[in-house]
Design a protein around this ligand. Structure first.
Ligand SMILES: Cc1ncc(COP(=O)(O)O)c(C=O)c1O
Length: 395
Protein backbone atom coordinates (compact mmCIF):
# COMPACT_ATOMS: atom_id res chain seq x y z
CA UNK A 1 0.00 0.00 0.00
CA UNK A 2 1.48 3.37 -1.01
CA UNK A 3 -0.84 5.52 1.08
CA UNK A 4 0.52 6.50 4.47
CA UNK A 5 -2.69 6.04 6.42
CA UNK A 6 -1.28 8.02 9.37
CA UNK A 7 -0.88 11.10 7.19
CA UNK A 8 -3.68 10.43 4.72
CA UNK A 9 -6.82 9.83 6.76
CA UNK A 10 -8.87 8.61 3.80
CA UNK A 11 -11.66 7.31 5.97
CA UNK A 12 -12.09 10.63 7.78
CA UNK A 13 -15.52 12.16 7.17
CA UNK A 14 -15.22 15.07 4.77
CA UNK A 15 -17.48 17.35 2.84
CA UNK A 16 -16.03 17.51 -0.62
CA UNK A 17 -16.92 20.73 -2.43
CA UNK A 18 -14.22 20.85 -5.12
CA UNK A 19 -16.11 19.05 -7.87
CA UNK A 20 -15.10 21.58 -10.52
CA UNK A 21 -11.51 20.33 -10.08
CA UNK A 22 -12.52 16.68 -10.21
CA UNK A 23 -15.75 15.04 -9.15
CA UNK A 24 -15.85 12.86 -6.04
CA UNK A 25 -17.25 10.46 -5.09
CA UNK A 26 -17.91 8.59 -8.31
CA UNK A 27 -21.00 6.45 -8.90
CA UNK A 28 -20.58 2.91 -7.59
CA UNK A 29 -20.75 1.63 -11.17
CA UNK A 30 -17.56 3.58 -12.00
CA UNK A 31 -15.55 1.91 -9.24
CA UNK A 32 -16.89 -1.47 -10.31
CA UNK A 33 -16.10 -0.91 -14.00
CA UNK A 34 -12.50 0.15 -13.25
CA UNK A 35 -11.94 -2.74 -10.87
CA UNK A 36 -13.53 -5.32 -13.16
CA UNK A 37 -11.59 -4.13 -16.21
CA UNK A 38 -8.28 -3.98 -14.39
CA UNK A 39 -8.81 -7.40 -12.82
CA UNK A 40 -10.55 -9.39 -15.53
CA UNK A 41 -9.58 -7.75 -18.82
CA UNK A 42 -6.27 -6.22 -17.81
CA UNK A 43 -4.67 -5.88 -21.26
CA UNK A 44 -4.21 -3.30 -24.00
CA UNK A 45 -6.88 -2.77 -26.61
CA UNK A 46 -6.17 -3.64 -30.24
CA UNK A 47 -2.72 -5.01 -29.48
CA UNK A 48 -3.49 -8.69 -29.92
CA UNK A 49 -6.05 -10.98 -31.50
CA UNK A 50 -6.67 -12.83 -28.24
CA UNK A 51 -10.01 -12.56 -26.51
CA UNK A 52 -9.05 -10.22 -23.64
CA UNK A 53 -7.56 -7.69 -26.06
CA UNK A 54 -10.69 -7.88 -28.18
CA UNK A 55 -12.75 -7.32 -25.02
CA UNK A 56 -10.61 -4.26 -24.17
CA UNK A 57 -11.26 -2.99 -27.72
CA UNK A 58 -15.01 -3.38 -27.15
CA UNK A 59 -14.83 -1.32 -23.96
CA UNK A 60 -13.05 1.48 -25.85
CA UNK A 61 -15.60 1.29 -28.65
CA UNK A 62 -18.59 1.39 -26.31
CA UNK A 63 -17.27 4.35 -24.34
CA UNK A 64 -16.45 6.19 -27.56
CA UNK A 65 -20.02 5.62 -28.69
CA UNK A 66 -21.38 6.85 -25.35
CA UNK A 67 -19.32 10.05 -25.57
CA UNK A 68 -20.40 10.63 -29.19
CA UNK A 69 -24.07 10.14 -28.33
CA UNK A 70 -23.73 12.58 -25.45
CA UNK A 71 -22.26 15.37 -27.59
CA UNK A 72 -24.47 14.74 -30.63
CA UNK A 73 -21.85 13.21 -32.93
CA UNK A 74 -22.96 10.47 -35.30
CA UNK A 75 -19.53 9.17 -36.26
CA UNK A 76 -17.87 7.99 -33.04
CA UNK A 77 -14.45 7.90 -34.71
CA UNK A 78 -14.40 11.71 -34.47
CA UNK A 79 -13.78 11.39 -30.71
CA UNK A 80 -10.28 10.69 -29.39
CA UNK A 81 -9.43 9.73 -25.82
CA UNK A 82 -6.87 11.84 -24.00
CA UNK A 83 -5.49 12.04 -20.47
CA UNK A 84 -7.64 15.05 -19.52
CA UNK A 85 -8.91 18.36 -20.77
CA UNK A 86 -5.44 19.95 -20.72
CA UNK A 87 -4.21 17.19 -23.02
CA UNK A 88 -7.22 17.67 -25.32
CA UNK A 89 -6.73 21.45 -25.47
CA UNK A 90 -2.99 21.26 -26.14
CA UNK A 91 -3.61 18.66 -28.85
CA UNK A 92 -6.11 20.93 -30.59
CA UNK A 93 -4.20 24.21 -30.14
CA UNK A 94 -0.65 23.08 -30.95
CA UNK A 95 -1.89 20.65 -33.59
CA UNK A 96 -4.08 23.12 -35.47
CA UNK A 97 -2.40 26.52 -35.36
CA UNK A 98 0.29 27.31 -37.93
CA UNK A 99 2.83 30.07 -38.52
CA UNK A 100 1.12 33.38 -39.28
CA UNK A 101 -2.29 32.43 -37.83
CA UNK A 102 -4.29 34.68 -35.55
CA UNK A 103 -6.18 33.12 -32.62
CA UNK A 104 -8.72 34.51 -30.18
CA UNK A 105 -9.47 33.56 -26.59
CA UNK A 106 -10.92 35.34 -23.55
CA UNK A 107 -9.89 36.48 -20.08
CA UNK A 108 -12.30 33.91 -18.62
CA UNK A 109 -10.41 31.02 -20.12
CA UNK A 110 -8.42 28.49 -18.14
CA UNK A 111 -4.63 28.30 -18.28
CA UNK A 112 -5.01 25.11 -20.29
CA UNK A 113 -6.31 27.29 -23.15
CA UNK A 114 -4.39 30.48 -22.47
CA UNK A 115 -0.93 29.05 -21.83
CA UNK A 116 -0.59 27.05 -25.08
CA UNK A 117 -1.74 30.15 -26.98
CA UNK A 118 0.69 32.43 -25.14
CA UNK A 119 3.45 29.90 -25.79
CA UNK A 120 2.74 30.05 -29.53
CA UNK A 121 2.45 33.84 -29.45
CA UNK A 122 5.73 34.28 -27.58
CA UNK A 123 7.47 31.89 -29.97
CA UNK A 124 6.38 34.17 -32.83
CA UNK A 125 4.11 31.52 -34.38
CA UNK A 126 0.73 33.24 -33.94
CA UNK A 127 -0.86 36.54 -33.12
CA UNK A 128 -3.26 36.40 -30.20
CA UNK A 129 -6.21 38.51 -29.08
CA UNK A 130 -7.59 38.00 -25.58
CA UNK A 131 -11.14 39.35 -25.37
CA UNK A 132 -12.23 40.75 -22.01
CA UNK A 133 -15.34 39.76 -20.05
CA UNK A 134 -17.67 41.87 -17.91
CA UNK A 135 -17.65 41.80 -14.10
CA UNK A 136 -19.94 38.74 -14.00
CA UNK A 137 -17.64 36.83 -16.34
CA UNK A 138 -19.75 37.14 -19.51
CA UNK A 139 -18.02 37.48 -22.86
CA UNK A 140 -20.01 39.27 -25.57
CA UNK A 141 -20.15 37.31 -28.80
CA UNK A 142 -19.97 40.66 -30.64
CA UNK A 143 -16.54 41.24 -29.03
CA UNK A 144 -15.38 37.94 -30.52
CA UNK A 145 -16.78 38.97 -33.91
CA UNK A 146 -14.96 42.32 -33.70
CA UNK A 147 -11.66 40.58 -32.93
CA UNK A 148 -11.77 38.31 -36.00
CA UNK A 149 -9.34 39.35 -38.75
CA UNK A 150 -8.49 37.86 -42.14
CA UNK A 151 -5.73 35.86 -40.41
CA UNK A 152 -7.93 34.37 -37.68
CA UNK A 153 -8.12 30.60 -37.87
CA UNK A 154 -9.15 29.64 -34.32
CA UNK A 155 -11.45 30.95 -31.59
CA UNK A 156 -10.96 29.06 -28.31
CA UNK A 157 -13.50 29.77 -25.57
CA UNK A 158 -14.52 28.05 -22.37
CA UNK A 159 -18.19 27.03 -22.26
CA UNK A 160 -18.45 28.01 -18.59
CA UNK A 161 -16.05 29.70 -16.23
CA UNK A 162 -14.47 27.32 -13.73
CA UNK A 163 -14.26 30.23 -11.27
CA UNK A 164 -17.61 32.01 -11.59
CA UNK A 165 -19.83 29.40 -13.23
CA UNK A 166 -20.78 31.93 -15.93
CA UNK A 167 -22.09 30.19 -19.07
CA UNK A 168 -20.86 31.75 -22.31
CA UNK A 169 -23.04 32.25 -25.41
CA UNK A 170 -21.47 29.27 -27.18
CA UNK A 171 -24.11 29.04 -29.93
CA UNK A 172 -23.74 32.70 -30.85
CA UNK A 173 -19.96 32.34 -30.96
CA UNK A 174 -20.30 29.17 -33.06
CA UNK A 175 -22.56 31.00 -35.50
CA UNK A 176 -20.12 33.88 -35.84
CA UNK A 177 -17.15 31.54 -36.33
CA UNK A 178 -19.02 29.52 -38.91
CA UNK A 179 -20.05 32.62 -40.90
CA UNK A 180 -16.44 33.88 -40.86
CA UNK A 181 -15.00 30.40 -41.64
CA UNK A 182 -13.00 30.26 -38.43
CA UNK A 183 -12.62 27.06 -36.40
CA UNK A 184 -14.26 27.12 -32.97
CA UNK A 185 -12.70 25.21 -30.07
CA UNK A 186 -15.08 24.84 -27.13
CA UNK A 187 -13.62 23.98 -23.73
CA UNK A 188 -16.49 22.07 -22.15
CA UNK A 189 -14.55 21.01 -19.04
CA UNK A 190 -17.11 22.60 -16.74
CA UNK A 191 -20.31 21.92 -18.65
CA UNK A 192 -20.36 18.40 -20.07
CA UNK A 193 -22.26 16.20 -17.63
CA UNK A 194 -24.12 19.23 -16.25
CA UNK A 195 -25.64 20.83 -19.35
CA UNK A 196 -26.71 19.46 -22.73
CA UNK A 197 -23.77 20.07 -25.07
CA UNK A 198 -24.41 19.34 -28.74
CA UNK A 199 -21.56 20.03 -31.14
CA UNK A 200 -23.89 20.30 -34.15
CA UNK A 201 -26.12 22.98 -32.68
CA UNK A 202 -23.19 24.83 -31.10
CA UNK A 203 -21.30 24.55 -34.38
CA UNK A 204 -17.89 23.90 -32.84
CA UNK A 205 -15.20 22.05 -34.74
CA UNK A 206 -13.27 21.03 -31.62
CA UNK A 207 -14.74 20.08 -28.27
CA UNK A 208 -12.33 19.43 -25.43
CA UNK A 209 -13.42 17.96 -22.14
CA UNK A 210 -12.18 16.14 -19.07
CA UNK A 211 -13.64 12.73 -18.31
CA UNK A 212 -13.09 13.11 -14.57
CA UNK A 213 -15.27 16.12 -13.76
CA UNK A 214 -18.97 16.28 -14.73
CA UNK A 215 -18.75 13.01 -16.67
CA UNK A 216 -17.90 11.28 -13.38
CA UNK A 217 -15.09 9.12 -14.81
CA UNK A 218 -11.69 8.55 -13.20
CA UNK A 219 -8.80 11.02 -13.21
CA UNK A 220 -6.61 10.52 -16.27
CA UNK A 221 -9.49 10.59 -18.75
CA UNK A 222 -10.40 13.23 -21.32
CA UNK A 223 -11.89 13.55 -24.77
CA UNK A 224 -11.30 15.60 -27.89
CA UNK A 225 -13.89 15.83 -30.66
CA UNK A 226 -12.52 16.97 -34.04
CA UNK A 227 -14.85 17.74 -36.94
CA UNK A 228 -13.87 16.43 -40.39
CA UNK A 229 -13.30 20.03 -41.56
CA UNK A 230 -10.37 20.58 -39.15
CA UNK A 231 -8.76 17.15 -39.14
CA UNK A 232 -6.72 17.56 -42.36
CA UNK A 233 -4.93 20.52 -40.85
CA UNK A 234 -4.35 18.81 -37.50
CA UNK A 235 -0.93 17.43 -36.64
CA UNK A 236 -0.73 15.02 -33.71
CA UNK A 237 1.36 15.96 -30.67
CA UNK A 238 2.35 12.38 -29.97
CA UNK A 239 3.57 9.81 -32.46
CA UNK A 240 3.87 6.09 -31.88
CA UNK A 241 2.14 2.75 -31.84
CA UNK A 242 -1.60 2.71 -32.36
CA UNK A 243 -2.18 -0.97 -32.91
CA UNK A 244 -3.63 -0.23 -36.32
CA UNK A 245 -2.27 0.29 -39.84
CA UNK A 246 0.86 -1.49 -38.70
CA UNK A 247 2.42 -1.92 -42.12
CA UNK A 248 2.49 1.83 -42.61
CA UNK A 249 5.62 3.44 -41.27
CA UNK A 250 3.99 6.80 -40.68
CA UNK A 251 1.45 7.84 -38.06
CA UNK A 252 -2.16 7.09 -39.09
CA UNK A 253 -3.82 10.16 -40.59
CA UNK A 254 -7.38 9.29 -39.67
CA UNK A 255 -9.32 9.83 -36.44
CA UNK A 256 -9.14 8.61 -33.78
CA UNK A 257 -5.90 6.61 -34.25
CA UNK A 258 -3.92 9.69 -35.36
CA UNK A 259 -4.38 11.21 -31.88
CA UNK A 260 -4.18 8.02 -29.82
CA UNK A 261 -0.53 6.93 -29.99
CA UNK A 262 0.39 4.59 -27.15
CA UNK A 263 -1.64 2.20 -25.04
CA UNK A 264 -4.98 3.62 -23.97
CA UNK A 265 -5.98 3.65 -20.30
CA UNK A 266 -8.62 0.94 -20.72
CA UNK A 267 -9.69 0.62 -17.04
CA UNK A 268 -10.20 4.39 -16.72
CA UNK A 269 -12.04 4.53 -20.05
CA UNK A 270 -14.32 1.73 -18.80
CA UNK A 271 -14.97 3.89 -15.73
CA UNK A 272 -15.73 6.88 -17.95
CA UNK A 273 -18.26 4.79 -19.88
CA UNK A 274 -19.90 3.82 -16.58
CA UNK A 275 -19.94 7.48 -15.49
CA UNK A 276 -21.78 8.50 -18.66
CA UNK A 277 -24.16 5.56 -18.19
CA UNK A 278 -24.93 6.82 -14.69
CA UNK A 279 -25.60 10.35 -15.98
CA UNK A 280 -28.16 8.92 -18.39
CA UNK A 281 -30.02 7.18 -15.54
CA UNK A 282 -32.83 8.77 -13.50
CA UNK A 283 -30.47 8.98 -10.52
CA UNK A 284 -27.84 10.73 -12.62
CA UNK A 285 -30.32 13.25 -14.00
CA UNK A 286 -31.60 13.92 -10.47
CA UNK A 287 -28.00 14.55 -9.33
CA UNK A 288 -27.54 17.19 -12.03
CA UNK A 289 -30.75 18.99 -11.02
CA UNK A 290 -29.96 18.75 -7.31
CA UNK A 291 -26.46 20.20 -7.64
CA UNK A 292 -27.83 23.11 -9.63
CA UNK A 293 -30.61 23.82 -7.13
CA UNK A 294 -28.28 23.53 -4.13
CA UNK A 295 -25.91 26.05 -5.72
CA UNK A 296 -28.71 28.52 -6.46
CA UNK A 297 -30.15 28.21 -2.94
CA UNK A 298 -26.73 28.55 -1.30
CA UNK A 299 -25.87 31.54 -3.47
CA UNK A 300 -29.02 33.38 -2.37
CA UNK A 301 -28.10 32.91 1.29
CA UNK A 302 -24.32 33.51 1.00
CA UNK A 303 -24.81 36.74 -0.95
CA UNK A 304 -26.73 38.19 2.02
CA UNK A 305 -24.10 37.41 4.68
CA UNK A 306 -22.46 40.63 5.92
CA UNK A 307 -18.77 40.83 5.05
CA UNK A 308 -19.00 38.25 2.26
CA UNK A 309 -18.55 39.16 -1.39
CA UNK A 310 -19.99 36.82 -4.00
CA UNK A 311 -18.72 36.90 -7.58
CA UNK A 312 -20.30 35.87 -10.88
CA UNK A 313 -23.84 36.10 -12.27
CA UNK A 314 -26.86 36.95 -10.10
CA UNK A 315 -28.56 33.94 -8.43
CA UNK A 316 -31.50 34.09 -10.86
CA UNK A 317 -29.20 33.66 -13.89
CA UNK A 318 -28.51 30.17 -15.22
CA UNK A 319 -25.02 29.12 -14.14
CA UNK A 320 -22.88 26.15 -13.22
CA UNK A 321 -22.99 24.87 -9.60
CA UNK A 322 -19.94 26.94 -8.64
CA UNK A 323 -19.83 29.73 -6.04
CA UNK A 324 -16.83 32.04 -5.77
CA UNK A 325 -16.62 34.28 -2.73
CA UNK A 326 -14.39 36.32 -0.48
CA UNK A 327 -14.68 37.26 3.20
CA UNK A 328 -13.57 40.70 4.39
CA UNK A 329 -10.29 40.58 6.26
CA UNK A 330 -9.22 37.16 4.99
CA UNK A 331 -7.29 35.92 2.03
CA UNK A 332 -8.81 32.95 0.24
CA UNK A 333 -6.15 30.44 1.37
CA UNK A 334 -6.85 31.24 5.03
CA UNK A 335 -10.59 30.64 4.58
CA UNK A 336 -10.03 27.35 2.76
CA UNK A 337 -7.60 26.36 5.53
CA UNK A 338 -10.21 27.07 8.23
CA UNK A 339 -12.82 25.17 6.19
CA UNK A 340 -10.55 22.14 6.07
CA UNK A 341 -9.16 22.16 9.61
CA UNK A 342 -12.28 23.24 11.53
CA UNK A 343 -15.14 21.96 9.39
CA UNK A 344 -13.62 19.13 7.28
CA UNK A 345 -14.88 20.97 4.21
CA UNK A 346 -12.67 20.68 1.15
CA UNK A 347 -12.76 23.67 -1.17
CA UNK A 348 -10.32 25.41 -3.46
CA UNK A 349 -8.70 28.80 -2.86
CA UNK A 350 -6.43 31.02 -4.95
CA UNK A 351 -6.64 31.75 -8.63
CA UNK A 352 -8.07 28.50 -10.05
CA UNK A 353 -5.77 28.53 -13.11
CA UNK A 354 -7.50 31.68 -14.37
CA UNK A 355 -5.11 34.56 -13.61
CA UNK A 356 -6.49 36.86 -16.33
CA UNK A 357 -9.98 36.64 -14.86
CA UNK A 358 -8.68 37.51 -11.39
CA UNK A 359 -6.85 40.51 -12.83
CA UNK A 360 -10.04 41.68 -14.44
CA UNK A 361 -12.08 41.10 -11.22
CA UNK A 362 -9.41 42.75 -9.05
CA UNK A 363 -9.04 39.55 -7.00
CA UNK A 364 -5.47 38.85 -8.12
CA UNK A 365 -3.96 39.42 -4.67
CA UNK A 366 -6.11 37.38 -2.28
CA UNK A 367 -7.82 35.11 -4.79
CA UNK A 368 -11.27 33.65 -4.20
CA UNK A 369 -12.65 30.63 -2.42
CA UNK A 370 -14.58 28.37 -4.75
CA UNK A 371 -17.28 25.97 -3.63
CA UNK A 372 -18.23 23.60 -6.43
CA UNK A 373 -21.16 21.31 -5.85
CA UNK A 374 -21.29 17.88 -7.41
CA UNK A 375 -23.85 15.23 -8.30
CA UNK A 376 -23.64 13.59 -4.86
CA UNK A 377 -23.59 16.56 -2.49
CA UNK A 378 -26.52 16.83 -0.13
CA UNK A 379 -28.50 19.81 1.16
CA UNK A 380 -27.12 19.12 4.63
CA UNK A 381 -23.51 19.33 3.42
CA UNK A 382 -24.15 22.62 1.66
CA UNK A 383 -25.94 24.00 4.74
CA UNK A 384 -22.87 23.14 6.86
CA UNK A 385 -20.68 25.03 4.38
CA UNK A 386 -22.98 28.07 4.44
CA UNK A 387 -23.00 28.03 8.28
CA UNK A 388 -19.19 27.85 8.22
CA UNK A 389 -19.01 30.93 5.97
CA UNK A 390 -21.36 32.75 8.35
CA UNK A 391 -19.18 31.81 11.33
CA UNK A 392 -15.94 32.89 9.65
CA UNK A 393 -17.47 36.16 8.48
CA UNK A 394 -18.74 36.88 12.02
CA UNK A 395 -15.08 36.70 13.17
C1 LIG B 1 -12.41 25.25 -17.86
C2 LIG B 1 -11.31 24.23 -17.68
N1 LIG B 1 -10.56 23.89 -18.74
C3 LIG B 1 -9.57 22.97 -18.63
C4 LIG B 1 -9.30 22.34 -17.45
C5 LIG B 1 -8.20 21.32 -17.38
O1 LIG B 1 -8.74 20.04 -17.16
P1 LIG B 1 -7.86 18.79 -16.71
O2 LIG B 1 -7.70 18.92 -15.24
O3 LIG B 1 -8.69 17.60 -17.08
O4 LIG B 1 -6.58 18.83 -17.45
C6 LIG B 1 -10.06 22.66 -16.31
C7 LIG B 1 -9.78 22.03 -15.01
O5 LIG B 1 -10.10 22.53 -13.97
C8 LIG B 1 -11.11 23.62 -16.44
O6 LIG B 1 -11.87 23.97 -15.40
Amino acid sequence: MFLDRERTPISMPRIYLDNAATSWPKPESVYLAVDETLRSVGVSAARGGYSSSVEAGKIIKQTRQSVSRLIGVEDASRVAFTSGCTDSLSTAIFGFLKQGDHAITTTVDHNSVVRPLIELRDAGVIELTIVDCDEEGFVQSSAIADAITSKTTLVAVTHASNVLGTIQPAREIGEICSSREVAFLLDAAQTLGHLPVDVQSINCQFLACAGHKGLLGPLGTGILYCAPSVTDRLRPLRFGGTGSERVDQGQPTTMPAMLEAGSLNVPAIAGLGAGIGFLESAEGRAGVQRSKQLATDALCVISKIAGVGVFGPEPNVDRMPVIAFSVDGYDSATIAGIFDSSFQIQTRSGFHCSPLLHQSLGTDVDGLVRISIGHFNTAEQVEIAVAAIREIAAG
